[in-house]
Design a protein around this ligand. Structure first.
Ligand code: GAF
Length: 387
C-alpha cells in the first residue's frame, strides 16, 4: 500500500483535489491477552501493516463523504444524523468524528478515502488502525493537533463501545497510536504507564499463522467474557467492603477462591485465567531482559492453554495450529488477540522456521482445505501524518 495508490482513488472519487494523508498500524501482542479491560498488563507492538487515509475538509457543515477503497464502497452521511451510517466500516468514521467532537475538536464536513493491508478478522486489530488513523487526521485537520495521544486512544476505544458494540480494552488503540519501530511496549492498563522494550530476539523470529477463520467480536462472546470478569469483581467486593476492587487486578487468588461457588465454574475459570495472565506478562518481560527466549515461549504456551481451556476463546483450527507448533519444537505459540478465530503468534528459532511453516501449511491444508496465511512480523511505527 502506498500514498500514490490512495491518492489516485481520492482524486478520482472526489473533486480532483488532494488532501493530507495519514497512516496507523495494526498490532501484535506478545503476551497479555484479555488483561487490558481487567486493569492488567499487555505487551503489544505496532506492525508494518495498517490503514492509510487521505482526508480533506469539504466546506460543508457536517457532511462526510467516505470511500472505502478496498471495498469499492461509497457512503455519504451527516454527523448530525443521530443514527449514523449503517455500513460497519463507515461507523468507525462516524464514531471517531463524534468522539473527537466530544474532545472539543470542531469537526466539520470532510472527504475521506482509505485503504488497508491489515488482514481483516486476523486478530491484528484493523479496527483500531482505522480509528487511530482517522483520529490522527481529524486532530490535524480540525483540532490544531491539540488532542493528546492518550485522548486519541480513548476516543478510539469509545468508538468501539458507543458505535460498534464491542466493550474492548485499550490495548489495540494504544499500540496503534504509540507504536515504535523495533519496540514492544509493556503497558500497565490501570495506571497507563508504559515502557518501550527494544525487541530483536537473537536467533529467533516472530511469525503469525492466520487460520483465516473470521472472528466477530461485536455483540459477541467477547463482551460475555468481560461481563464474567466484572461479575467476579462484584462478588469479591461484596465480601470485602473494606477494600477497593475496581477490576480483577485488585483481586488475589485467595479472594477468587472464596467466591468460586457463588460465581459458578465458568466465571471462576475465566477470572483464574486473567490472574495468571497478569503474572505471565511480567515474567515474560523479565525473561526478555535476561535473553531467556525459551522461558518466554513456555509462557506463551501457558497462555494458549488458558485461553483455550479456561477463557474458551479458541477454536479447533487455532488449537490445531498450536499443536503443529509444539510438534515442530517451536519455542512459543499461542492465540493472539480477542480469539474466536484469527492468528497464532509463534516465536520460532531461525533454524526451525522453514520446516515449521512447511509442516503447518501441509497439515492445515489436509485438514481444512486451505493453507494458513503466513505473516512475518515487522514491528513498525504508530499513527503519523505522511504528507
Ligand atoms: C481485542 C480487544 F479489542 C482488546 O482490547 C483486547 O481485549 C484483546 O481483544 C484481547 O487481549 O483485540
Amino acid at each position: 500500500m502506498d500514498i500514490e495508490f490512495v491518492r489516485s482513488r481520492f482524486i478520482k472519487h472526489f473533486d480532483g483535489k488532494t488532501g493530507n494523508v495519514y497512516a496507523s498500524p495494526g498490532r501484535i501482542n506478545l503476551i497479555g491477552e484479555h488483561t487490558d479491560y481487567n486493569g492488567g498488563f499487555v505487551f503489544p507492538g505496532a506492525v508494518d501493516k495498517g490503514v492509510m487515509a487521505e482526508m480533506r475538509p469539504n466546506g460543508t457543515e457536517d457532511t462526510i463523504m467516505a470511500y472505502a477503497i478496498d471495498l469499492k464502497d461509497r457512503v455519504d452521511f451527516k454527523l448530525s444524523d443521530p443514527n449514523g451510517p449503517r455500513a460497519s466500516w463507515a461507523r468507525y468514521i462516524y464514531g471517531i468524528s463524534k468522539e473527537m467532537q466530544k474532545l472539543g475538536v470542531p469537526v466539520k464536513g470532510y472527504n475521506i478515502a482509505f485503504a488497508g493491508d491489515v488482514p481483516l478478522g486476523a486478530g491484528m486489530s484493523s479496527s483500531a488502525a482505522m480509528e487511530s488513523c482517522f483520529a490522527c487526521g481529524l486532530n490535524d485537520l480540525f483540532g490544531e493537533n491539540k488532542v493528546s495521544q492518550w485522548d486519541m486512544v480513548l476516543a478510539g476505544q469509545a468508538t468501539e463501545h458507543n458505535y460498534c458494540g464491542v466493550n474492548c480494552g485499550i490495548m489495540d488503540q494504544f499500540a496503534s497510536v504509540f507504536g515504535k519501530a523495533g519496540c514492544l511496549m509493556r503497558l500497565d492498563c490501570r495506571s497507563r504507564e508504559f515502557e518501550y522494550f527494544p525487541f530483536k530476539p537473537d536467533g529467533y523470529r516472530l511469525v503469525l499463522l492466520d487460520s483465516v477463520v473470521k472472528h466477530q467480536l461485536a455483540g459477541s462472546p467477547y463482551n460475555d467474557r468481560r461481563n464474567s470478569c466484572e461479575n467476579v469483581v462484584k462478588h469479591i467486593a461484596a465480601k470485602h467492603p473494606e477494600g477497593k476492587f475496581e477490576t480483577l487486578r485488585d483481586c488475589t487468588w485467595e479472594q477468587l477462591d472464596e467466591v468460586r461457588a457463588e460465581v459458578g465454574e465458568e466465571d471462576y475459570k475465566r477470572a483464574k485465567f486473567v490472574l495468571g495472565e497478569k503474572d505471565r506478562v511480567l515474567a515474560v518481560c523479565d525473561a526478555l531482559t535476561e535473553g531467556d527466549y525459551e522461558k518466554v515461549g513456555e509462557m506463551m504456551y501457558e497462555t494458549h492453554e488458558g485461553l483455550s481451556k479456561d477463557y474458551e476463546v479458541s477454536c479447533e483450527e487455532l488449537d490445531f495450529l498450536n499443536q503443529i507448533a509444539k510438534d515442530n519444537h517451536v519455542t512459543g505459540s499461542r492465540i493472539m488477540g480477542g480469539g474466536f478465530g484469527g492468528c497464532t503468534i509463534n516465536l520460532v528459532r531461525n533454524d526451525l522456521y522453514r520446516q515449521f511453516i512447511a509442516d503447518a501449511k501441509k497439515r492445515f491444508a489436509e485438514k481444512y482445505g486451505h493453507e494458513p496465511k503466513v505473516y512475518d512480523v515487522v514491528i513498525g511505527d504508530g499513527s503519523r501524518k505522511l504528507c
